[in-house]
Design a protein around this ligand. Sequence first.
Ligand code: DON
Length: 601
Amino acid sequence: MAHTEPRNSLARTPNRRQWLQRASTTGIGFFAAGNMVASLGSSAFSHPTVAEQPFADETYASGKNVAASVHPLATEAAISMFRKGGNAIDAAIAAALTLSVVDSHNSGIGGGCLAIVRTANGQVLALDGREMAPKLAHRDMYLRNGKPDGTLSQDGPLAVATPGQLAALYDLSTKHGYLRWRDLFEPAIAHAEYGFQIDRVLAGRISGEADIIRRYPETARVLLKRNGSPYAQGELLLQPDLATTLTSIANEGIEWFYRGPFAKTVGEWMGQNGGILSADDFAAYQCKYREPIRSLYRGYDVIGMPPPSSGGVHIAQILNILQDFPLPELWKTDRNQAYHLLLEAMQLAFADRAYWLGDSDFVKVPRGLVDPTYARTLAQKISRSQKTRFATHHVPADAATNVFDDRKHTTHLTTADQLGNWVAITSTVNTSFGSKVIVPGTGVVLNNEMDDFSIAPNTPNAFGLVGSENNAIAPGKRPLSSMSPTLVLNDKKQPILSCGAAGGPKIITAVLRILTAVLDENLSVADAVAAPRVHHQWQPDEAVVEERLPDSVVADLKGRGHTTRSIAASAIAQAIQWTSDGNLHAASDPRVPSRAAAYEA
Ligand code: DON
């Protein structure tokens, strides 16, 4: 691709004031300023937003090559790759690597990712870089005296699964990127080596987790000041060990990580500190290409991530259910009913999730879950006026036979370029700073993705999710995820929308809201990302509503029998839209100080 020097390096479109104006003209409510604490799951894993500055600047940009992520430095890193002549794949990888450094509470090379990628030649790929359970993991490893102990799957050495993100990024780079692998690391290494200013979100995460971080001396050495206190917003965080690790991976490739010094150091430390992750687990890790889930929603081809994500299955299932109702009309004439229908469809889907979903390499996940005929039977169980309590999951017609067996705290970032490459990557270390473990000398925050397994039947995980035997722990198995990178094609098979989110189970419902806002309501991508969200995950039996949802809608939902709980922000999403004038429009979530940007070659 022949990029030249930028005419307009960072196309800066609506600023915060304009966003506010747009929100008011589209009838989108505002966050209440002050004291805003956004919640993505249980309060312990809430995603802090910015109290006095609730609206992020520069959360929308349009142009020929675009990027959106949750951190301005990661978006800058993506744009810098376009500037060097890279494509959307290079840009996305550089952004993901930068997030490892500047946003390590959410994602990083010590975690995993799921990605939907559309290449310029029209190929659509679902890439699974999800972590795998170590080979010594077993079904009852978190039971103590017969009782599940969630602290073991959430913090410390036993919580760590084999990281997958780097394997996936490397595969994408070698097969589809333009730039050299080592070039993609430049921004990330610079921010680790020379430091970056801690923003309010990261400062909040460090101080919120400081007590647990102090239990791990190396993590405290890296993330806290010498006197043990948390850094404040605006202070510089230097991560020399992480810079060295990234430099080695840049120069020597992922072998250094999976089969070399990194794997060896981590394995030895785990052995000495009560962990089970070994160098052999690293050597055995493989990212996988899977068959994407495709469903037709009102003429659009919606493409999602199959198991071990639950996102693609349940977004397809919910859309199929909603197809039975005149949603485009209802968004105009009876928005209360539209929200009610979303909640009911979510309930049905999450009841199925708890029973059926798990890693399809290990268990049967019925393909019938995404069958439109099954959705019709579920739709018939929904009352348009009253909430129904669905006591259990349902059984699709072909439950026994059709499986997704293709054999063959989190962040979402997205990029697209003028050649037609689109990347949607959701990446995570799971909850804030993952396991809180940094193995001495590495600088890498290791995930606690083991908590995404069901550690015991009906035992809720950090996000209140329950699961069945299908999501029980087994060596080499991948924990079930809600991460839902999603791509939409129009009837000419052109990509018109990509989106995804962070927020545990609220990822699924946030993506759904963006899809219905764009496809049913014809909202612009920025308005769709900003639109108020509702969430229901079957258990607990409550409708979670954003504070910005008008009071009249909340009152109406209560009248229909929903128990509502209000939170400031449900999930943090990024999206890109293509419009027929040939422009790409990137939107990052205004709920946090995120950034969208464009580059004109
Ligand atoms: O894969 C999953 O579903 C979870 N590990 C995602 C965690 C998450 O989104 C945390 N967000 N703030």
